[in-house]
Design a protein around this ligand. Structure first.
Ligand SMILES: [Zn+2]
Ligand SMILES: [Zn+2]
Length: 428
């Protein structure tokens, strides 16, 4: 019911959006110009954040820098929302839609040496997921849009989230009353991806596979090895569209491949089940079988444990079976609103370059993102923004030792998404 209503409203929106684009042309030119003007300062901020990375739930310094920057722009600022979360509120000169933009701030523990000159000063911590750039881009957007206040019909909310890497920050901010402070109609955000700098990737619905850990309990079995083999065989039986040798995909080289990568309709990263890492251990008189898997289809995520249970109950292990469940650990995929995905891709293409936005057809394996928690409350879109520059030897594949970002990506990010937000606030 609700979904249908939204569809009708959004169809109307598209029409008005086209008519409004002309009116906003000057604003977009100004956004691009202002972005150029603040670019050097943004690079300085990014490098400072990069040199002073903070792990999940310890983003004190980062959040203070963010809050001060937003206050200096004249935004209303709330701090310590769900930990070190910061919210900035930018009210436009006229009434309009309310749009939220989210950036995450935390870094990661790693002992791999930094590959840039402005090395991390905090031993064992680095921004190898690009959140320093996410934070900087969001500050840049806040800056250029605050200079467009009179032309802004509506309100922009900036959500600076802590603890994304632990999948807790979004939840903590929401539980601490985020949606009492802000009432967005739509929510957007981005993650740096391995595409060329400036290329924006987007996909309706799930961006990633679902990652789940299955927990099956048995009474202690006489032959544990046999039980483990039995369970592994069941799970392997669900494998779809992957090489079944158990080795993980080499995604660094494959997800950007023009023939089999995510942006090709024939991508191999479509409709798959990957079973990985099984453990059997006995504790306090109960034998646990834990196995994690990646599944692209949400229906199968839900039905798989029931089917596995059936197979166990039809086997010689039926008397030993106690229960089957997913463990509580959560790693989610963003689920992009299909209508808003279409509208925002069109807006970006019309405002800047036609080939700037590439649609994805596959679901990236192995990654999760807690942006889904916002999308469970408000429809929205999560983008990938390419950060690589192969000629310069820069490859921005998150969580890899050589992770780096071409800094001109900051410029692309600020101007593109400031323009998108302006179009969305000003849409009816
Ligand atoms: Zn990460
Ligand atoms: Zn990340």
């Amino acid at each position: 019911m609700k979904l249908k209503l939204i569809t009708i409203m959004l169809v109307l929106t598209t029409g008005i959006l086209c008519a409004q684009s002309d009116k906003n042309t000057n604003s977009h030119q100004e956004i691009a110009q202002k972005t150029n003007e603040i670019y050097d300062d943004l690079v300085k901020i990014r490098r400072d954040l990069h040199m002073n990375p903070e792990i999940s739930k310890q983003e004190k310094r980062t959040s203070e820098i963010v809050a001060e920057y937003l206050r200096n722009l004249g935004l209303e600022v709330k701090t310590n929302v769900g930990g070190y979360g910061v919210v900035g509120i930018l009210k436009g000169g006229k009434k309009g839609r309310k749009i939220a933009w989210r950036a995450d701030m935390d870094a990661i523990k790693t002992d791999e040496a930094d590959v840039v000159d402005f090395k991390s000063k905090n031993e064992g911590i680095r921004h190898i997921c690009g959140h320093d750039v996410h934070t900087t881009i969001a500050l840049g957007i806040a800056n250029v849009l605050s200079q467009q206040k009179e032309d802004l019909e509506g309100t922009v909310y900036f959500i600076f989230q802590p603890a994304e890497e632990t999948f807790t920050g979004a939840k903590d901010m929401i539980e601490d009353g985020l949606f009492d402070i802000i009432k967005p109609d739509e929510v957007y955000g981005l993650h740096i991806g391995p595409e060329a700098s400036g290329v924006i990737n987007v996909k309706a619905n799930e961006l990633f596979a679902y990652i789940k850990t299955l927990k099956v309990k048995f009474k202690p079995s006489a032959n544990e090895k046999e039980l483990e083999n039995f369970m592994n065989t069941i799970l392997k039986g669900y494998g779809r569209n992957i090489e079944q040798n158990g080795s993980p995909w080499d995604i660094i080289n494959k997800i950007s491949d023009p023939k089999i990568g995510l942006a090709n309709k024939e991508t191999i990263f479509k409709d798959y089940f990957i079973f990985q890492g099984a453990r059997l251990n006995t504790d306090n008189g109960v034998t646990f079988y834990n196995a994690s898997f990646l599944e692209t289809d949400v229906k199968k995520v839900n039905s798989t444990p029931l089917e596995i249970k059936k197979q166990i109950l039809n086997s010689k292990f039926k008397d030993a079976f106690i229960s089957i469940e997913y463990s509580k650990d959560y790693s989610g995929t963003p689920i992009n609103d299909p209508e808003l995905t279409t509208i925002s891709a069109k807006t970006l293409r019309n405002t800047y370059k036609k080939d700037m936005v590439k649609q994805l057809y596959g679901q990236t394996p192995y990654f999760g993102e807690d942006f889904i928690f916002y999308q469970q409350k408000v429809p929205g879109v999560f983008f990938f923004l390419g950060g690589s520059n192969i000629e310069k030897g820069i490859v921005s594949m998150p969580h890899t030792p050589n992770f780096a970002i071409d800094e001109t990506t900051i410029k692309f990010g600020v101007q593109s998404f400031a323009s998108l937000i302006l179009e969305r606030t000003n849409s009816k």
